[in-house]
Design a protein around this ligand. Structure first.
Ligand SMILES: *[C@@H]1O[C@H](CO)[C@@H](O)[C@H](O)[C@H]1NC(C)=O
Ligand SMILES: *[C@@H]1O[C@H](CO)[C@@H](O)[C@H](O)[C@H]1NC(C)=O
Ligand SMILES: *[C@@H]1O[C@H](CO)[C@@H](O)[C@H](O)[C@H]1NC(C)=O
Ligand SMILES: *[C@@H]1O[C@H](CO)[C@@H](O)[C@H](O)[C@H]1NC(C)=O
Length: 371
């Protein structure tokens, strides 16, 4: 039986939506009954989300408690980290980060490029790095992408209702849902690579990562089988699931002129994982700590909507603000993929250490794979 308990009633939002159900005021805060020695007690299936009808579409609000700000990172435990140590066999450490100035210019034209300056002092040098955290390899934190309807700020809802847009931008802001939570959690464990691009190439199937094609989860299951993994059981709770779309390879091979004009193409499109309820259910049931890819946004870009109970939602909305599950984007997966194929092994130990910035929205992940 699925147990829930109602613990609090008062919240401070009075908002309405242009479509879908109105945001109730007050929200009803409902949490799952579990304890730290049995973290999957009363675990809801995808169909049982959300825990209360007043919560946004398929949100996992309350699943880790009413004040939780870690979301899917709660799947990482001492046991998952210790179990992942067996992945370290060859002593090969691989950075998964692009140069912070790649892609250059940034793929979205409103984002300014890296600014890197030097400061000569007497007897030593400093340098100063200024970045928009969305321009290169990036970890999307829980302040990045709220639920919204037609991008209208009056409909924004963040994970577990722990922060509002106004609070993020307030001069004396609160730090709720800031990236400092991920920085202090300590993110490590087992990574699993699904090399979709390699699978497509093995079948002589052509694809263009600068198109709006989508990767279905059925295809991802086929990729797992092609790699010799059991598609029913190739992930464990706490894993970091990484999809190689081939974007990084295709982008790196573009002539300089095409890289320079990439942000300014009419109707820029990027191939990604399909935005659908099928994808959401497939990911939720795996209890992943994180998902990642070598493309702009994990899912197909521009983000589109999966229509769920009459409301359109992107994977970004449900992952980040529904489940507190961060997305790691524009990963450099080339050397990892080559190494995995040569070892015929597609799991690895990984670490991520985001910048410890109070109230931060996103960060370079400083991601590393160790095999
Ligand atoms: C927590 O869960 C464990 C394992 O199911 C159980 O033995 C223990 O009694 C629970 N503790 C509390 C305080 O409910
Ligand atoms: C946003 O929603 C509010 C409340 O429904 C509405 O008054 C406003 O016109 C909307 N803004 C835009 C830009 O659509
Ligand atoms: C792919 O093309 C290569 C070279 O033409 C060929 O040797 C191989 O059999 C093809 N593979 C498939 C699955 O069609
Ligand atoms: C794949 O995993 C499932 C679930 O653990 C298991 O029932 C099945 O026997 C496995 N298949 C193979 C071929 O090992």
């Amino acid at each position: 039986m699925f147990l829930i308990k109602t613990i609090a009633l008062s919240l401070y939002l009075l908002r309405s939506r242009t479509e879908g159900s109105p945001i109730p005021d007050p929200l009803t805060l409902v949490t799952r009954d579990f304890n730290v020695s049995d973290i999957y007690a009363n675990w809801p299936s995808y169909d049982q989300l959300p825990l209360h009808p007043s919560f946004p579409t398929k949100a996992a609000w309350g699943v880790w408690g009413s004040e939780d700000e870690l979301g899917a990172l709660n799947h990482i435990t001492p046991d998952t980290i210790k179990a992942a140590l067996t992945e370290v066999q060859e002593g090969i450490a691989i950075s998964l980060n692009l140069n912070l100035d790649v892609p250059h210019p940034p793929l979205i034209p409103t984002r300014t490029p890296l600014v890197h300056t030097f400061l000569a002092q007497e007897g030593f040098q400093d340098d100063i790095v200024t970045i928009n955290t969305q321009i290169s390899t990036q970890y999307d934190g829980l302040r990045h992408f709220p639920y919204s309807t037609n991008a209208n700020v009056s409909t924004y809802q963040f994970y577990n209702n722990r922060v509002t847009f106004e609070e993020i931008f307030a001069a004396e802001g609160v730090n709720n849902l800031g990236i400092q939570n991920a920085a202090s959690k300590g993110i490590a464990g087992r990574g699993v690579l699904l090399d979709w691009a390699g699978w497509m190439e093995s079948r002589n199937a052509s694809f263009d990562t600068l198109s709006d094609s989508s990767i279905s989860v059925d295809d991802l299951d086929s990729v797992a089988e092609w790699q010799g993994l059991n598609s029913s059981s190739f992930t464990r709770p706490g894993d970091f699931l990484v999809v190689r779309t081939g974007f990084g390879k295709q982008y790196a091979a573009l002539p300089l002129h095409e890289q320079m004009v990439a942000p300014f193409r009419e109707n820029a499109r990027f191939l990604g994982v399909e935005t659908s309820e099928k994808t959401l259910a497939w990911i939720w049931e795996k209890k992943l700590a994180l998902v990642g890819a070598d493309n702009l946004g994990f899912e197909t870009f521009p983000t589109r909507d999966a229509v769920i109970n009459g409301v359109g939602r992107s994977l970004h909305e449900v992952f980040i603000s529904g489940w507190g599950q961060s997305i790691v984007e524009l990963l450099d997966l080339e050397r990892l993929a080559t190494t995995c194929h040569s070892l015929n092994r597609f799991t690895f130990f990984f670490t991520i250490q985001v910048l410890n910035v109070a109230g931060g929205v996103a960060s370079p992940p400083n991601a590393m794979a160790i095999l």
